[in-house]
Design a binder for this molecule. Structure first.
Ligand SMILES: [Zn+2]
Length: 237
C-alpha cells in the first residue's frame, strides 16, 4: 500500500487522525471516549476506540510523533510556555513555531486524506498536496500560510476537555475555514490561496513563538465568523 505522506510502497500502520494523546484524558474507565455530535443536545456517542485508519508508514508515523509529543507537552502544561491574560484574551509565548504549527497542520492534513465519514467536511483540494510537502519537509511555512486560531471551550467556567466534535467547514470572508474540536479547544484553520484576515494571522502562532487564544462559551461555539469578530473587538485590530 502507498503511504499518504511519503508516497512510498510500505506497510501502513493503523494511524490516528486526531492523535492519541488528545484522547488519553478523555477515556472513561471502560476505555470508551466521549464524543458528541455538533448538536450538543443529542445523546453522546461512545465509540470503543480512537478513530484510526491505515494512512501512514511507520517512518512517517514517527515523523509526526515528534510534533505530537511537543504539542502534548504544550497543551498539558508540561512545557515552559508563558501565559499572559489581557481581558478575555490569553497570550501564549515561548511556543516553538515549527513543531506546534506542523502539529496542527498535520491534524488538518490527516483529516483531509482520511476516507472516514466523520472527516467528510474536510477536503482541502490542492492545499492537501501543499500541506503534504510542507509536513514531509519539516516546513511550517510563513505566518501567512494556513494560519489557525485556538479557542478553549468553556462551559460553567471549566474547559470542556471531553468534547470532540466532527470537523466542519464554513466560509470566513472569501476563505474556507475548518473547525476542529479536541483537547478542550476549538481549532479554526483558514485555508486559502489568498491572505487570511489580519485578525486571524495576528492571533495565529508567529515565528516569535506567540499566539493568542480566545476562550469561548460552549453555547456559542458553532459560529466561527462571530469568533473572528469577537477576536477583532478584543484585540482592537
Ligand atoms: Zn510514509
Amino acid at each position: 500500500m502507498t503511504c499518504n505522506l511519503c508516497q512510498k510502497e510500505r506497510d501502513l500502520k493503523n494511524s490516528h487522525i486526531i492523535p492519541e494523546f488528545i484522547y488519553s484524558s478523555l477515556y472513561d474507565e471502560k476505555h470508551r471516549f466521549h464524543e458528541i455530535s455538533d448538536d450538543v443536545k443529542k445523546k453522546n456517542k461512545m465509540p470503543q476506540k480512537g478513530i484510526r485508519e491505515r494512512l501512514l508508514c511507520l517512518e512517517c508515523e514517527q515523523h509526526l510523533s515528534k510534533y505530537e509529543r511537543y504539542a502534548s507537552l504544550v497543551l498539558n502544561g508540561g512545557y515552559s510556555i508563558t501565559v499572559r491574560n489581557e481581558g478575555r484574551l490569553v497570550h501564549l509565548g515561548n511556543v516553538e513555531y515549527l513543531k506546534f504549527k506542523l502539529f496542527a497542520l498535520s491534524v488538518l492534513w490527516r483529516a483531509s486524506v482520511s476516507d472516514l465519514g466523520v472527516f467528510c467536511q474536510v477536503k482541502l483540494g490542492p492545499h492537501e498536496e501543499k500541506l503534504r510537502i510542507m509536513i514531509l519537509n519539516d516546513d511550517p511555512g510563513t505566518e501567512y500560510q494556513y494560519p489557525f486560531i485556538l479557542s478553549p471551550i468553556i462551559h460553567e467556567n471549566e474547559v470542556q476537555e471531553a468534547l470532540i466534535v466532527a470537523p466542519t467547514w464554513t466560509r470566513l470572508e472569501n476563505h474556507f475555514a475548518y473547525r476542529f474540536v479536541f483537547g478542550g479547544i476549538a481549532w479554526v484553520f483558514v485555508v486559502s490561496g489568498h491572505k487570511a484576515p489580519n485578525v486571524i494571522i495576528n492571533a495565529s502562532i508567529n515565528r516569535n513563538g506567540e499566539l493568542t487564544m480566545l476562550p469561548w462559551e460552549l453555547s456559542d461555539m458553532r459560529f466561527i465568523t462571530h469568533m473572528a469578530q469577537k477576536l477583532a473587538q478584543q484585540s482592537k485590530l
